[in-house]
Design a protein around this ligand. Structure first.
Ligand code: R5P
Length: 296
C-alpha cells in the first residue's frame, strides 16, 4: 500500500488520529468538504485528487462513532468511497454496551450499528471494542486491536521511577485488558467487582486491596460518566492509597467527568486519541497502522 494506490479519509471527529495514522503509513490524508443543509442534514464531498481518483484502489476510512452524527458522517463517507475498496477503522465504536437483549423488545444496538457500517466495506478494524463478539456482526472480516502495549509503555511515564504500581480493573470485564498490560510491564494486578445500578450509578463491592505505599493505576476500556472510576478511586483512597492514577482507552468523559474525576483525587488521568480531547495522553495510531499493514 503506497500513496499511489491508497489514501486515508476521516470524519471530522477523528482528524488528529487520522493525521497520525497517515504519518505512520506514509499515506496522504484526502480532504473532505462538509456542509450542512438548512434543515440540518449533512453534505459530504471527498476531494480526491485527479491522480488518486484514477489510481487509488483502496481507502482507509477512519472515524470514531461517539455521536449519532458521527455515524451518519461515516455512512455518507462510505457511500462517497463506493468505487474503492474500503478498510473501515472504528477507533471508538459507540452503541457496543447494548450488545444483547436485556428486556424483550429491545434492539441489539451493537448488532444494528455493525451491520449498517459493515455493509459496504471490505474489512473492519476496531480498537479495544467493548466485546469481541460484536466483531462477527460486521459480516465482513473484522479484527480488534488492543492498546495494551501502549498503555504499559504509558504507565512507565506516569508512575515514579522506583514504584511498583498495582494495576486495578474496576470490573471483571476489564480483566483481560489489564492482564495483557500487566504481562507487558511485569506489573501486579487485581480487580474489583462492579454492579451497575443505572447509567450513572455503580456499586463497587468492598474489597481490601494492599494499598499501603503503592501507586495504583485503575484501567478501564471506557470512561463515560466517570461513575465507575470515581466510586473505585474513593474506596481505594479511603483505604489509604497514596496515589491513584487512571488510564482508559476511550475517554468519553460526558457530564464533566474529566474535571469531576480530577476533583475526587485521581492523579494522572488520560485516555488514548480514539476519542480526541485534551485528555488524550497516548496514541492508537501505531497499533492501527500495524494492523493495517498486516491485513495487506
Ligand atoms: C463497562 O462495562 C465499561 O467497561 C466501563 O466500565 C463503563 O463504560 C464506564 O462507564 P462510566 O464511566 O459511566 O461509569
Amino acid at each position: 500500500m503506497d500513496k499511489a494506490t491508497a489514501t486515508i479519509v476521516c470524519t471530522q471527529s477523528s482528524q488528529v488520529l487520522a493525521t497520525r495514522l497517515a504519518e505512520e503509513l506514509a499515506l496522504s490524508l484526502t480532504p473532505v468538504i462538509r456542509r450542512r443543509f438548512p434543515d440540518g442534514e449533512i453534505y459530504i464531498q471527498i476531494e480526491f485528487s485527479s491522480l488518486c481518483t484514477q489510481t487509488c484502489k483502496k481507502v482507509v476510512l477512519i472515524g470514531s462513532t461517539l455521536t449519532n452524527e458521527d455515524i451518519i458522517e461515516l455512512l455518507l463517507l462510505i457511500d462517497a468511497c463506493a468505487e474503492k475498496e474500503i478498510i473501515l477503522v472504528l477507533p471508538y465504536m459507540g452503541y457496543t454496551r447494548q450488545d444483547q437483549q436485556f428486556k424483550p423488545g429491545e434492539s441489539i444496538s451493537a448488532r444494528a450499528i455493525a451491520r449498517a457500517l459493515g455493509a459496504r466495506v471490505s474489512q473492519v478494524i476496531t480498537v479495544n471494542i467493548h466485546k469481541r463478539t460484536i466483531l462477527s456482526e460486521f459480516l465482513v472480516p473484522a479484527q480488534n486491536v488492543s492498546l495494551a502495549t501502549e498503555i504499559a509503555a504509558h504507565i512507565k511515564t506516569v508512575v515514579s521511577a522506583d514504584a511498583k504500581p498495582l494495576l486495578l480493573a474496576p470490573d471483571k470485564g476489564a480483566v483481560g485488558l489489564i492482564r495483557d498490560i500487566a504481562l507487558q510491564g511485569n506489573y501486579e494486578y487485581d480487580y474489583l467487582s462492579k454492579q451497575r445500578v443505572s447509567g450513572e450509578e455503580v456499586i463497587i463491592e468492598s474489597k481490601t486491596i494492599p494499598v499501603a505505599g503503592r501507586e495504583l493505576v485503575i484501567i478501564d476500556d471506557i470512561i463515560s460518566t466517570g461513575g465507575t472510576l470515581a466510586t473505585s478511586a474513593q474506596m481505594l483512597i479511603a483505604q489509604g492509597a497514596p496515589l491513584v492514577h487512571a488510564i482508559c482507552v476511550h475517554g468519553v468523559f460526558i457530564q464533566g467527568a474529566y474535571a469531576r474525576l480530577k476533583q475526587c483525587g485521581i492523579g494522572h488521568l488520560c485516555s488514548s486519541d480514539t476519542i480526541e480531547s485534551a485528555g488524550s495522553g497516548y496514541s492508537a495510531a501505531p497499533a492501527i497502522a500495524q494492523a493495517i499493514r498486516e491485513v495487506q
